[in-house]
Design a protein around this ligand. Sequence first.
Ligand SMILES: [Zn+2]
Length: 123
Amino acid sequence: MSFKSSKISSFRLWGLLLTMAGMGMMILGTAGIVFWGHSGKIVAAIGLVIGLIAMLGSLAVYFWAGILSTSAVQLECPECHKLTKMLGKTDRCMFCRTILTLDPEQANITADELEANQSATLH
Ligand SMILES: [Zn+2]
C-alpha cells in the first residue's frame, strides 16, 4: 500500500482490503465443497471462519476510521485550497497529498509564506 496518502484514506483502503480478503476466503471455502466434495466441507468451514474474522476486522477498521475522522481537524489546504481533514499533528492533504502539520516546529514553511511564494511565481 502507499504510505503517501492521508491517514483517513489509508484506513479506508485497509478496510476495503480486509472486506475483499474476507469475501475471497468465503468464496474459496465454498468452492472447496464443489472441488473436494464431502472432505471439502472442512476447508469450507475454515474458510468461512477466517472470512468472517476478516470481515469483522474490516468492520472494526471502518468503525475506528469513523471515530478518528470525527476527531480530525478540518482545514483548508494551503496548497490546493480544498477542504481536507487531518489526523494528529502531521498528516497529508487528501487531495494533493501535501504534508500538513499543526506543529510550528516541524513546519519548514508557514501558510503565509507559501501564499507569498505562490503569488510570487504567478506574477
Ligand atoms: Zn491539498
